[in-house]
Design a protein around this ligand. Structure first.
Ligand code: AVJ
Length: 323
């Protein structure tokens, strides 16, 4: 909200806090309780997610990184000289370096993230490693429309949206986001995007409910955060992590399950939980390549290339803006 009005400015921490407050109250007041998945990523949550990416069960990060490493040369060949690489939700920008290594004719790199700390660290590291490259971070929520710096408007823009983050959105919302990215990037744009693939259900469930309980801690951190930031009194041992696969919608659903009947206070509101009642916390959609192609087409993108790994666990697509 605030961020979109000032795409180059600082996000207002108070606005972000009240955003969490409002989302929490609204989400817990609905008949099906929920907390939006974007709130998983405070400092502690981001650190837990980084740990998830190294777990043996969590194949997406490692597999996508391997695909990008293998195809970096080919991707770089598609990017015209003088282009600008725009990354949506750049975080630590680790995967980006694999591409930047090959893109020696790139004019600028524009990482977009809501975390000013992540942007500062990424900018310092990348500027040091690629001294010729102009790095121009934008502190913003990529889910909001973003205005590119006008000096880039005549240049070919290359979007980069790895991590299968698109999978967190319901298909209608995914189409809306992809269409908004197309508007942000302009008429001659490309988009490199990662999408997790449908596979054996046991493998999927293990990736979202690992043996060490890191994903459980990542999910429960939402309640830790509500207690710390919003003065809530969730008892952490009275909720448990759950991950299930919804076959019909082709997605993993994460929930926090109340282990007994209880009341919880959150910022002056009281919420009742039945024993076994669930708070929905994340969707993670899995695609077939054809289905993903249909989805991107609805948002005005044309599939140009797709790469997968030998086990067909994950897919990386290059899309072109349709005229
Ligand atoms: C960061 C959205 C790709 O859906 O796999 C990891 C987040 N959730 N384990 C995903 C996540 C549980 C992740 N994404």
């Amino acid at each position: 909200m605030e961020q979109s009005a000032r795409p180059h400015g600082r996000a207002d921490p108070a606005a972000i806090g009240s955003d969490f407050s409002e989302a929490l109250i609204a989400g817990l007041s609905a008949p099906q309780k929920s907390i939006p998945s974007r709130f998983l990523y405070d400092a502690a949550g981001s650190a837990l997610f980084e740990k998830i990416t190294t777990l043996p069960e969590y194949y997406p990060t490692r597999t996508e990184t391997d695909i990008l490493r293998h195809q970096a040369e080919e991707i770089a060949a598609i990017v015209p000289a003088g282009a600008v690489l725009v990354e949506f939700g750049s975080g630590s920008s680790t995967k980006t370096e694999l591409l930047l290594e090959r893109m020696d004719k790139l004019h600028a790199y524009v990482p977009i993230d809501i975390s000013s700390a992540a942007l500062r660290d990424a900018k310092a590291r990348i500027a040091e490693r690629f001294p010729e490259l102009l790095v121009m971070p934008i502190e913003a929520d990529f889910a909001q429309p973003i205005v590119m710096p006008p000096e880039f408007s005549a240049r070919p823009l290359f979007g980069f949206f790895p991590g299968s983050t698109i999978g967190n959105l319901r298909p209608v919302d995914a189409v809306a986001l992809l269409a908004s990215m197309r508007r942000t990037l302009g008429p001659d744009a490309h988009l490199i995007i990662g999408a997790d693939l449908k596979k054996n259900v046991r493998r999927l469930l293990a990736a979202y409910d690992d043996a060490d309980g890191v994903t459980a801690a990542f999910n429960l951190n939402l309640l830790v955060r509500a207690n710390r930031e919003r003065g809530a009194n969730f008892k952490l041992d009275q909720f448990k992590h759950s991950a299930t696969y919804d076959m019909r919608n082709g997605r993993i659903d994460m929930h926090l399950v109340s282990l007994r009947e209880q009341w919880v206070d959150v910022g002056g509101h009281r919420f009742h939980f039945d024993a076994g009642e669930q708070i929905h916390t994340e969707h993670s959609h899995k695609y077939e390549i054809e289905g993903f192609h249909t989805l991107v087409s609805e948002a005005g993108w044309r599939p140009q290339v797709v790469w997968t790994d030998a086990e067909r666990l994950f897919s990386v697509h290059v899309l072109i803006a349709d005229v």
